[in-house]
Design a protein around this ligand. Structure first.
Ligand code: NAD
Length: 420
């Protein structure tokens, strides 16, 4: 079964390495993370009972800068998933050329089962367990699935207790009141939208391209809003409860106003328009945006995808076998490491502002983000076209070129035997 994301990540590395003739020494270094941290986090629950949560921090590579990557709270977190995500972060920071490396964290927990106080104690336990492995110039985490500015603010506070220093640059994705950047909340979607503006030039669409978005959280919800505001017709969105589809276009602002805690398919006004999550992926649309979880487009459903373009806001939503099927069908897939790199790019802006004690406006942030995303798409497409490969491989090649350049200088690696 196509399930282990770290196996996918390794296949991706080997594939790009072969095409670009990656230095054999660099390949050797990149086949495993530099450091893997495993924690058992004891948390006093509201009942007085102590529960122990399994958690990880994987520091994949810091040749280009401090480790960078989010912390995920989910019951399905596994070490292999965190390793894969940390490797993708390494590629992601390199593909957009920001001076940071790759890392990722995760806690095996269903956050819906915990009270706010329990979540706070869990987050603080994570910071204490990590201790000195975090720091503005060492490893800079961020939010991911089921974590947000709230958890990041707790992180900064606990880190200050440990070190005696107020160091907001130790983590990004904080609330704006607590050192977060303007524009960070929507950054992943905003960056994805800037890339979409370039990518859509490669396909044949009308004036109001249709979009289906899987996932209606931070990435998917903001993407729906931005696409809607720019004249795209958002025809389908979904969350974990299922999706809604209207070929005439959805009332995106109304859906975004949905009460917190409610699910799309609980809304009576959408009862008639409800579809299964799987069906959303197969709709006849111009653009399909997976913005939920991994392994959604697989060898089983890829042949039924009708979209003209896939833009991966989620991490790892398309399996390698599905990738091959989509490439053969002529459907370009803008890969996660590029399409969702707006989040980490604005995270880097936040870190930069914190270190300099500056505060940029949302307009300044967007103005700095746009050329980074557009240039990165152009560089990716150039490599894909030069090598006759898909955009994912093009992005991997671009990222690995940059990591290779840094490693050669930093570790004094000699140009070694090529991987032929
Ligand atoms: P989130 O928790 O805010 O939202 C996730 C959404 O997906 C929710 O609406 C949830 O109901 C929905 N969902 C869950 N299972 C689903 C399913 N089977 N089918 C359809 N929808 C489902 O998370 P997020 O921050 O939006 O992250 C989503 C994806 O984007 C993840 O893969 C994450 O790694 C990636 N990502 C997020 C950011 C960011 O800045 N938030 C940055 C880079 C990548």
């Amino acid at each position: 079964m196509e399930k282990n994301p770290f196996v996918f990540a390794q296949e991706q590395l080997q594939h790009a390495a072969k095409i670009m003739n990656l230095d054999a020494n660099v390949l050797n270094v990149l086949q495993q993370p530099q450091r893997i941290h495993e924690f058992a986090l004891p948390v006093v629950m509201d009942s007085g009972e102590v529960r122990v949560f399994e958690a990880y921090r994987v520091q994949y590579d810091d040749s280009r800068g401090p480790f960078k990557g989010g912390i995920r709270y989910h019951r399905d977190v596994s070490l292999d998933e965190v390793k894969a995500l940390s490797f993708w972060m390494l590629l992601k920071t390199a593909v957009v050329g920001i001076p940071m490396g790759g890392g990722k964290g995760g806690v095996i927990v269903d956050p819906d089962e915990l009270s706010e106080g329990e979540l706070e104690r869990l987050t603080r336990a994570y910071v204490r367990a990590g201790g000195g492995i975090f720091g503005p110039l060492i490893d800079v985490p961020a939010p991911d699935v089921n974590t947000s500015g709230r958890e990041m603010d707790w992180f900064v506070d606990e880190f200050a207790k440990l070190t005696g220093e107020h160091q907001p640059a130790v983590i990004t994705g904080k609330t704006v009141e607590n050192g977060g950047s303007e524009g960070r909340g929507k950054a992943t979607a905003q960056g994805g939208y800037f890339v979409l503006e370039e990518a859509i030039k490669r396909i044949d669409v009308g004036d109001a391209p249709t979009v289906a978005i899987q996932g209606f959280g931070n990435a998917g919800g903001n993407m729906a809003r931005i696409c809607h505001e720019h004249g795209y017709k958002v025809v389908a969105v979904s969350d974990s409860s299922g999706g809604v589809y209207d070929e005439n276009g959805l009332d995106v602002p109304a859906l975004l106003e949905m009460e917190k805690g409610k699910k799309i398919c609980d809304l009576p006004e959408y009862e008639e328009k409800c579809i299964e999550n799987e069906a959303l992926l197969e709709l006849p649309v111009d653009v399909l945006v997976p913005a939920a979880l991994e392994n959604q487009i697989t060898e089983e459903n890829a042949s039924r995808v009708q979209a003209k373009l896939v833009l991966e806001l989620a991490n790892g939503p398309t399996t390698p076998k599905a990738d091959k099927i989509l490439f053969e069908k002529g459907i370009p897939v803008v890969p996660d490491i590029l399409a969702n790199a707006g989040g980490v790019t604005v995270s880097y802006f936040e870190w930069d502002q914190n270190l300099k004690n500056e505060k940029w406006t949302e307009e300044e942030v967007d103005a700095k983000l746009s050329p980074i995303m557009k240039d990165s798409f152009a560089e990716t497409a150039k490599r894909a076209d030069e090598h006759g490969v898909d955009l994912r491989t093009g992005a991997d090649i671009l990222a690995l070129e940059r990591v290779q350049d840094a490693m050669r200088e930093r570790f004094g690696l000699k140009a070694a035997e090529k991987v032929a």
